[in-house]
Design a protein around this ligand. Structure first.
Ligand SMILES: NC(=O)c1ccc[n+]([C@@H]2O[C@H](COP(=O)([O-])OP(=O)(O)OC[C@H]3O[C@@H](n4cnc5c(N)ncnc54)[C@H](OP(=O)(O)O)[C@@H]3O)[C@@H](O)[C@H]2O)c1
Length: 281
């Protein structure tokens, strides 16, 4: 049986870690894109010990640094002929407005723009592998208030959950754009809501955000359960006809009305292309 080559971001913790372990058990060759390579190597050893699958590789990739993303894509291009699955899982919410190395608002940079560049620079490998791209979004996309004149949150007071919800809406826009633009080349794309999951997500919040996380904690599912839809999309057969859709509990689900806005979707694509242009290979 041909080996499935899978690239995943954000596998050092939570949902990504459980997704990586499950896919290693299914004999995927795994490329772990991590910002902390010491923890990445520890994770690699854990995965090998748990699954006996030795095809696990660590590549440095800080999504808040587009040069690092470009370098990671370059390493993958020099070591691989094809990628079959790309899981854009890394993400987070940030209490205060902060900026990535390139000066982009951090929520936008980590949850959206870094992954956008990663996909662009990996396109030849993704096409060769007839890849599935899985973008880990969230029901928080329903809180989105996209303002394309202020994507960087410099003209209005920063609001952590609104910035996060907007970035997660962008994951859905991105998924639909990928399905439409690259579907004819054999690439499919899916967005995922993993559930309300007990991970490190939100641990840096203070004030009302912290209280909300505390109140939600008893209702949260485990990271292993939260990983199930990503695992399903990475390994199920005959799902390509559902490309472009938003999944919850392994099934296509409705999004907010804003997530179906074609003008916003196209605007995000154009702006993202402009922002990553200096880092394209
Ligand atoms: N937990 C939930 O209830 C929930 C609900 C809906 C959606 N989600 C989404 O699920 C995904 C996974 O989150 P999680 O809950 O598993 O949270 P988590 O435990 O905090 O894991 C987040 C992962 O993202 C990585 N990451 C963060 N910033 C990065 C950067 N600049 N460059 C590279 N990697 C970076 C982290 O790396 P480090 O280990 O180095 O920090 C970690 O591996 C996220 O996209 C999140 O938005 C979560």
């Amino acid at each position: 049986m041909p080996i499935t080559t899978t690239v995943i971001t954000g596998a050092t913790s939570g949902i990504g870690k459980e997704t990586a372990i499950a896919l290693a058990k299914k004999d995927h060759a795994l490329y772990l894109l991590v910002r902390d390579t010491v923890r990445g190597e520890e994770l690699k050893q854990d995965i090998i010990a748990i699954t006996k699958n030795k095809s696990v590789y660590v590549v440095h990739c800080d999504l808040a640094d587009l040069e690092s993303v470009r370098n990671a894509a370059g390493i993958l291009k020099s070591s691989l002929l094809a990628i079959n699955v790309l899981i854009n899982n890394a993400g987070g919410i940030f209490n205060q407005r902060s900026e990535s190395k390139d000066g982009f608002e951090m929520t936008f940079a980590v949850n959206h723009l870094g992954h956008f560049l990663l996909v662009q620079n990996l396109l030849p490998l993704l096409e060769k592998g007839q890849a599935r791209i899985i973008n880990v979004s969230s029901e928080a996309h329903r809180m989105a208030k996209p303002n394309f004149n202020d994507l960087q949150w410099t003209k209005r007071p920063y609001a952590a959950w609104k910035a996060y919800g907007t970035a997660k809406l962008f994951n859905i826009y991105f998924t639909r754009s990928l399905a439409l633009k690259y579907g004819p080349k054999g690439i499919s794309a899916f967005a995922v809501h993993p559930g309300l999951v007990n991970t490190r997500f939100g641990t840096g919040l203070t004030g009302i955000g912290k209280t909300l996380m505390w109140l939600a904690r008893p209702f949260m599912i485990s990271a292993e359960t939260g990983a199930q839809t990503s695992i399903y999309l990475a390994s199920a057969s005959r799902i390509d006809a559902k490309s472009g859709k938003y999944f919850k509990n392994r099934h296509p689900a409705n999004t907010s009305a804003a997530a179906t806005n074609e003008v916003g979707r196209d605007r995000l694509w154009e702006l993202s292309m402009e922002l990553i242009a200096p880092f394209l290979t």
